[in-house]
Design a protein around this ligand. Sequence first.
Ligand code: DGT
Ligand code: CA
Ligand code: CA
Ligand code: ZN
Length: 574
Amino acid sequence: MENSDYARILYETADLMEIAGDDGFRIRSYRNGASTIEGYPERIADILANPNAKITDVPGIGKGLAAVLAEIDKRGSCERRDELLQKFPPAALDFLKIQGLGPKSIALLFEHFQVRTIDELEQLCKDQKLRTLPRMGAKLEEKVLRGIAQLREHSGRFLLNFADNAAREMMEYVGAIEGLEKIEVAGSLRRGKETIGDVDLLVTGGNAAAVLERVATHPRVREVLGRGVNKTSVRLGREGLQMDVRALEHESFGAAMQYFTGSKEHNIALRQRALRMGLTLNEYGLFRLDDNTRVAGETEEGVYKALGLDRIPPELRENQGEIELAETHGLPELVDRRDIRGDLHMHTTATDGRATLEEMAEAARALGYEYVAITDHSKALSMAFGLDEKRVVDFAHTVRKINERGDLGIHIFSGLECDILKDGAMDIEWDALAELDVVIASVHSHMNLEPDAMTDRLLRTLECPHITALGHPTGRLLLHRDPFPFDFDKVADEAVKRGVALEINGSPERLDLGAAHVRAAKAKGAKFIVSTDAHHPKHLENMRYGILTARRGGLAAADILNTYSKERFVESLR
Ligand code: DGT
Ligand code: CA
Ligand code: CA
Ligand code: ZN
C-alpha cells in the first residue's frame, strides 16, 4: 500500500464518521493524520514493517491512529469504517463523492429517506423531495443532479500520474523477459490526456505467449479479464485500473502503435484520407486497395509518410486540425521537457511544503535547472501559515543574500503564491509584492461566485502591476471539482494586454490550464509558465505532466517563460 492509500482510507473514515455525527475532535485527528501521511516522504508501509521504527514518531500520529494504521495495513480497513459501512448503505462512499453534497446533508438524507443508491438519490431530486428537508432547496437539488452526472462521467477514469506509474511498473516487470524487443505505451496515456480510462501497452519480440503469461502474474493484478493469443487484459489493485497488453509482429508494430495510440477521431480521419489515396489503414499496416500490397507498417513514421504527412506527435492526435498542418509541414515544434530551465511554483516548510528551501533547491539543481522560484502561500491561507507583508519582505531580503553567497549551485527567485481575495484584491500590499521577483496570483477560496462576479474578480486582480502569472487559472481538481465558471476569453485577453503569463500547473490533480484553454490562449498571444506547485522535492518531477499538457495545447518553447535563460527570464519580468 502506498501512502495515498492509507490517506484515502482515513479521509473516507473521517467522512463516514461525520455522517454518523461522531466526535469532531476525533474526526479532525483522522483528517490531520491523512494529510500528514499524504505528504510524508517515507513510506508508511515501510515504517510499519520495520521493528526498529515507530509510527508514532510521524508528526500527528498518536497511539489511536497508530492502531488504526496497523489495521489498515493488515486488511485495508479499520473497525470504525467497517461499522459505519454496515450501518449506512454501501453507496455511502459514492454519495460523498458527489460535489455539493457534504456529510451533514447526507446524514439528513439517510435520516429522512430510505435512499440506498445514487439512482434513488437522483429520483428524489427529480421529484423535488430534497427541498422538503431543513436547509435544503431547489438549488441544492440542481447541484446534486449536476454532481451525479459528473460522478458518472468521472467513474472509471484515473489521474494521469496514477496510470503512468502503473504502466511503468508493468513495463519494468515484463521487460525482464528475454528476447523482448520493445514494450511501449499507447492509448490516451501516450497522448498525455489529463485522465485515463485504461492503459494500453504494446510489445514485440520474444515469445508472445510468455510475455502475456507474465503480465497476468504481476503482483498487483486483481483479476484477469481476458486472455487471448495476442492480448491479455487485467485489472489492477483495489482501484481497478484496467490494462490491455497486446503482442505484435515486428513488421506491424508501427501500424499498431499508430492505431492503438488513437485518438479514435484522429484514426477515423486518417483512414478516410487513406481511402482517398486508394489505401486502407488498420492495426496491421497500410495496404493498397487494388492488390493488397503492404505500403507501410513497421514504423509509425512510415505510416504517416506514406499518407503524405509529417509525423504527428501523439499529444496532437485529436483531429483538431493536426492532419491538415502535417500535410503542409505546418506542425508546431512542440516544447520538450529538456527545454525547461527552471520551476517557478513550489512551496517549502515556511508554509505547507514538506521540505526546506535548501532541499527544494538541491532537488531542482539535480534536475539540471538553472533557477527556481520559491512561492509559498500568503496570509489568507492561515491554515498553511501563509506569509504576511513583513515575512514577504524579509524573504525577498534573505533570497538576495542567498544568491550573493551563491553556494546552492542554482539561482533562487524570491516569489509568492499570493491569494486572490473575494473581491479580486491581492492578499498582500503592492509595496511588499514589489520586493519579489515572481508573484503567482491564485484563487483558493470563494470559488462558487456567479460567472460575471468571478470574471470581474480576475480582471481586477490583473490590475496589480506585480503579477508574473495567474496560478491554476480555472481552479479545477481533476475527477473532483470542475473549473469555476468565468469568461475565460476576457480574462486571457486582459492577461495578454498586461503581460501576465498563464500557468500550466503540472500537478496531476490539476493540470490547469488544460489543453483546450492553452490552445485558445496561445491564439491570443498569451505567454505561459509550466510549473509543478511542488510541496515535496519529488513533486518537481511532475513537470513531465505539465509539459504533456503544454504539448497538447500546441505550445513551443518560445511560448513558455521558464524555457528562457535566467537573464532573458529576468528581462521578461515587468
Ligand atoms: P481511454 O482509455 O478512454 O483513456 O482512451 P483511449 O484513447 O486510450 O481509448 P481505448 O483504450 O478505448 O483505445 C485505444 C486506442 O485504440 C484509441 O485511442 C484508438 C484505438 N481504437 C479503439 N477503438 C477504436 C475504433 O473503434 N476505431 C478506431 N479507429 N480506433 C479505435
Ligand atoms: Ca486506453
Ligand atoms: Ca484499451
Ligand atoms: Zn495554489
